[in-house]
Design a protein around this ligand. Sequence first.
Ligand SMILES: C[S@@+](CC[C@H](N)C(=O)[O-])C[C@H]1O[C@@H](n2cnc3c(N)ncnc32)[C@H](O)[C@@H]1O
Length: 259
Amino acid sequence: MNTPPDRRTRGRTRAGRLAALDAWLLATERPLLEAPGEAPVVDVGFGAEPWTLLELATAVRSVNPSLAVVGVERDPGALRTAADPCAGAGVALREGGFDLNGLAPARLVRAMNVLRGYTGAEAEAAHALLGTGLAEGGLLVEGSASADGELCTAHLLRKVDGALRPEALWLATDFTRGFAPIQFRDWLPRDLRRSVKPGTAIHGFLGRWTAAWDATRAGLAPREAFRASAERLAASGEPLLRVENLLAAGQVAWRYAGG
Ligand SMILES: C[S@@+](CC[C@H](N)C(=O)[O-])C[C@H]1O[C@@H](n2cnc3c(N)ncnc32)[C@H](O)[C@@H]1O
């Protein structure tokens, strides 16, 4: 296995950038979030300001007020900046990296916008390392978002029988930039972004979605075109996970083969 390199990424983040992801997790992972026990929710690489970490804590505690939430960063400056607001919100902080620095096995590990600059193989190695910190049945969420979260995608990877199983690719748009399926290409998780080439599963998926969009979009606003194309795609047998109100909000997940 490749060892993830020590890549420096800038810590830029924005309030609300990952709000769509919080909404998806609340809608689809309630049993995981509500389960009793000590297993924490961990946000790795929360960035120069703890906005999205604090938002995640508020979201998951809306369904389980006693949940332990931990922010992990390797940047001491980010940890200093986050110290007071996180203490006030009951969110623990820990200096560390993808090995989660000895935390108890987590129910959810989120690592958003931390693998910029990694190759596909390096990203896979990072997934494997992040997965070692997950409890059985836990979820690893790793992906990318545009600066304000207008477009956002993430791998959903589940720990099953001690191994990470790719479950689905979650995709979200807020329609600020209109809508076309190909818009997601530049915001795919690192390993997928590099493999949008003829013959790959992700290339095929984006192509089929584009065909469904072309067939349905005439006269429709972006939001309606998103919905209509996703419905058409699902009707054709594509394994698309949809949650009614989140479909209207611009969110779907594409189940991976075997996921
Ligand atoms: C672009 S920011 C992302 C902030 C936030 N997660 C978001 O999506 O808006 C990336 C952060 O990841 C941190 N980071 C990168 N690699 C890391 C690693 N191996 N372990 C912990 N933090 C890491 C960086 O220090 C930086 O603060």
